[in-house]
Design a protein around this ligand. Structure first.
Ligand code: GAR
Length: 200
């Protein structure tokens, strides 16, 4: 069985969509561990409720990123795929190299447009008519790795960050489990910047 580690920073609704896909039998994988960089966040409760090992590795208790990542790495032994699900930290190039091709992220915009920590705000300020979400492999840049799946969502004239993010989240909860399933089935082939989806 493919072993996942899911890294989160907050609410954990993307994590929940993965838990639900596993529980429904749609996704044949197991979550070995959920790790958060903050204490008392909902992602920890969601993991606990699902009977999944969960650990807070509080970034604030570490002097530097290297020590913080060393502690994360200790908990990733035997993990096949690391899934970033609302994990709001940039991982070091060393960490990314270790999990090259085995590290996924979801971002709430149609990359390469609107990378970074404030995608919805940036989308609304810019005035684009279509946004969405992107699942991609992580490379050493920010939100710049090879794209696996995307879903488009219309931006409405009266959208706020809350209404837009809620509609995009619905799509995130569809495409993230689907992308992980493709990985589990061995159907993702990275060719340069491209991710080819092999026939099943
Ligand atoms: C999601 O919208 C995810 O795309 C975004 O954080 C949210 C987490 O929600 N991730 C990023 O912005 C990463 N740069 P959740 O905690 O309910 O899963």
């Amino acid at each position: 069985m493919t072993k996942l580690a899911v890294l989160c920073s907050g609410r954990g609704s993307d994590l929940q969509s993965i838990i639900d896909a596993i529980n429904s039998g749609e996704l044949q994988a197991e979550i070995s561990v959920v790790i958060t960089d903050k204490p008392n966040v909902q992602a920890l409760t969601r993991a606990e409720n699902a009977g999944i090992k969960n650990i807070c590795i509080n970034r604030k208790l570490f002097d530097n990123r290297a020590d913080f990542e060393t502690e994360i790495l200790k908990n990733l032994v035997g993990v096949d795929l690391v899934v970033l699900a609302g994990f709001m930290r940039i991982l070091s190039p060393d960490f990314v190299k270790k999990f090259s091709g085995r590290l996924m992220n979801i971002h709430p915009s149609l990359l390469p447009a609107f990378p970074g920590a404030h995608a919805h705000r940036d989308v609304l300020n810019y005035g684009v008519k279509i946004s969405g979400c992107t699942v991609h492999f992580v490379d050493e840049g920010t939100d710049s790795g090879p794209i696996i799946l995307q879903a488009a969502v219309k931006v409405l004239d009266d959208d706020t960050e809350e209404t837009l993010s809620a509609r995009i989240l619905e799509q995130e909860h569809v495409i993230y489990p689907r992308a992980i399933k493709l990985f589990v089935e061995g159907r993702l082939k990275i060719v340069g910047r491209h991710v080819k989806i092999l026939e099943d």
